[in-house]
Design a protein around this ligand. Structure first.
Ligand code: UT7
Length: 333
């Protein structure tokens, strides 16, 4: 029920990547690849790998704790948890309920959403809508987390070199002060006809897990790399242009551009098309690879911790992923 005029302020962003580093040289000892090929085609130097037994909800909890601490609140102040993931702990229940119990919370609503690498942008839209449409919530915990290595085929050199594990989190707090509003606009989209470009074929109701699906490797991440590359550039360029235009803005009005961290060549192509100067672009794909929906939150947090993104900074973030899904958000910190 709507009572007062409310805005969503991002009180804090936090992130977590596992300690274990897997370098391109490490990979070249496992499969037929090289540091030179991976760096030239993707810009990735290394990625983080979850420890044995460390699952998606564990990554999410670490990122959540970092955001909660930075926001200066306690876990008990959180009154809704959203988790964007495509590598949930189990098919059901949601990863969000595991995060809730690991944070020592109970009763508050929790749910997952599945939009792959557009997780940051869809999550911003969801948190903003829930917070501003009623007086029910004061602090919403948004987390995007994935243990992508749980769906990686380590024998498929075209995909295994790209992915890494990690999580990002944000606290959205209700405020009645318009000047504290962080979410200037969000734009979302999807095209289900293109689902085949990125997917895990088995383990769902269309093809439940069986000895045969395992033998056929259908529990692994599949990708049509070249098509994804082309669509990523086309769609993210369109998204960025549309959200800037409908807000009467240009790249000159934006301090930092945070694009989905999948491949440095995709980021560079967009930089060129949208005329984004180097100093405005946040890059973490070199260190973490593609961490799916968390990649933009991790990049924002990384650049905030280095002191580059500050209070008042305007950020344009654009994501793209399996579905296909896409989204863009303009934020003010
Ligand atoms: O969140 C969204 C998820 N994914 C993406 O955004 C990925 C989008 N796609 C890409 O980033 C690129 O398509 C890749 C990095 C996956 C591949 O780069 P590419 O320049 O499109 O290479 P390609 O697939 O056209 O392959 C070129 C060659 C092939 O050899 P042949 O057929 O020319 O002999 C591949 O077998 O490179 C070979 N290749 C490799 N060689 C060494 C593919 N992967 C590797 C590898 N190491 N890891």
């Amino acid at each position: 029920m709507k009572k007062s005029i409310r805005f969503a302020k991002i009180s804090a962003i936090g992130s977590y990547v596992p300690e274990k580093i897997l370098t391109n040289d490490d990979l070249s000892k496992m499969i037929d690849t090289s540091d030179e090929w991976i760096q030239a085609r993707t810009g990735i130097r290394e990625r983080r790998i979850a420890a044995d037994g460390q699952i998606t909800s564990d990554l999410c909890v670490e990122a959540a704790r970092a955001a909660i601490k930075k926001a200066g609140i306690s876990a008990e102040d959180v009154d809704l948890i959203l988790v964007g993931t495509i590598t949930s702990d189990m098919p059901f229940p949601s990863t969000a309920v595991f995060v809730q119990s690991k944070l020592g919370l109970q009763n508050i609503p929790c749910f997952d959403y599945n939009v792959a690498c557009s997780g940051t942008q869809y999550g911003i839209a969801l948190a903003n809508a829930l917070l501003t449409s009623s007086d029910s919530y004061k602090n919403i915990l948004l987390i995007c987390g994935d243990k992508m290595t749980s769906v990686v085929d380590w024998n498929d050199r075209a995909t295994c070199v790209l992915l890494g594990d990690g999580a990002g989190a944000a606290i959205f707090s209700a405020t009645e002060k318009e000047e504290e509003n962080s979410v200037i606009d969000v734009l979302l989209g999807a095209d289900g006809k293109l689902w085949e470009l990125l997917h895990v074929p088995a383990g769902g109701s269309s093809e439940p897990a069986s000895v045969k699906t395992i033998e056929d490797g259908k529990h692994f991440f599949k990708m049509k790399g070249r098509d994804v590359f082309r669509e990523a550039i086309r769609i993210m360029e369109g998204c960025a242009r549309e959200i800037l235009q409908r807000n009467g803005m240009t790249v000159a009005d934006i301090d930092f551009v945070v694009l989905h961290q999948a491949n440095l060549r995709i980021i560079e192509a967009l930089q060129e098309r949208l005329k984004i100067p180097d100093e405005k672009v946040c890059i973490t794909v070199d260190k973490y690879g593609n961490t799916s929906g968390s990649s933009c939150l991790i990049a924002i947090d990384t650049f905030a911790r280095s002191g580059r993104i500050r209070s008042g900074s305007k950020i344009l973030s654009v994501g793209f992923g399996a579905g296909l899904t896409w989204g863009a958000a303009i934020l003010k910190f």
